[in-house]
Ligand binder design. Sequence first.
Ligand SMILES: *Cc1c(COP(=O)(O)O)cnc(C)c1O
Length: 362
Amino acid sequence: MSPIIEYENLLNSNKEFNDAFIHAFESVLNSGWYILGNKVETFENEFALFTQAKHSIGVASGLDALILALKVYDFPVGSEVIVPSNTYIASILSIIHCNLKPVLVEPELNTYNINPDLIEEKITSKTKAIMVVHLYGKSCNMDAIMKIANKYKLALVEDCAQAHGAKFKGNQVGTFGIGAFSFYPTKNLGAIGDAGAITTFDDDLAQKFKALRNYGSRVKYQNDYLGYNSRLDEVQAAMLSVKLKYLNEIIHFKRKLANIYLSELKKDFICPVVSDDYFDVYHIFNIRHSQRDDLKKYLLENGIKTEIHYPIPPHKQKALQGLVAGDYPIAEKIHNTTLSLPISYGHTENEIYRVVETLNRF
Ligand SMILES: *Cc1c(COP(=O)(O)O)cnc(C)c1O
């Protein structure tokens, strides 16, 4: 039998960078400076350049980036934040951890992202912000969302955890509102541990983010805000600087693999939509199929590992019972039919062709 095709093997995805990682690690070690030094500052400048946002602020994780993106506004307790029903639970948890109320809006079935046409009916006098999630590496429809945010004067937070480098009409995600990025190891820009960043054009907010991540302090031992310890550390910043240089190459490679699926898979599988206004980065390449569970089993029997993003929608999670009301049939339909296929920097084109051939025999 042919060798197993993993969903993702991080050792393979990262092996090209190993020598540079070791070199970067030695540089931190030899500097004797481990927290908030020039590695973090360098990476922040590089990431701001990459995203084309004015500022980037390194933090400890994607969840923390989301939490601080909301905290910075000091919304009154109980204010409402619009968020898609189809997302990873982190987006919704960030709202709850800020003592705010998540108001779920269903996605479009074809893009899996929040449906702008359903947002206005959920806006009340308590609504303070919209949190969009650029799921799987596709931007949301930012024209429609910006229009609503401007009309109702709502803050806009973008969960960019899956979408580094994704664009809408040529503009990168993370530049429309406050961008919250995760560098969890499997993300398109992945660290060797936990890490995250916030992007913004606003000088004052950037300064406040820098204080919030560091005990609310701008000047040592002087605390202006009820801050946190959510600093990006020097080691992870150094690793991220190594990898950021290759991010466009990683994105290009994943788009090439995605194109193999898009052009070769037979019509039984519902593939991600592609359109001119959207530059997709395929953090995840998902298909949908009515017999998803059988399909997953069949692929495994044929040596191909897949994932489900996600098996349980947030509103069905035990932790969120009593915190999110209502029925979300579109989110449930997606969760029940979606299957994520192997697509990583560590895969080969031949492996993707084998996944295609196996799928087309189902
Ligand atoms: C990964 C992810 C997060 C959280 O990032 P962490 O770095 O794991 O905290 C948030 N939102 C989405 C959509 C994600 O995929």
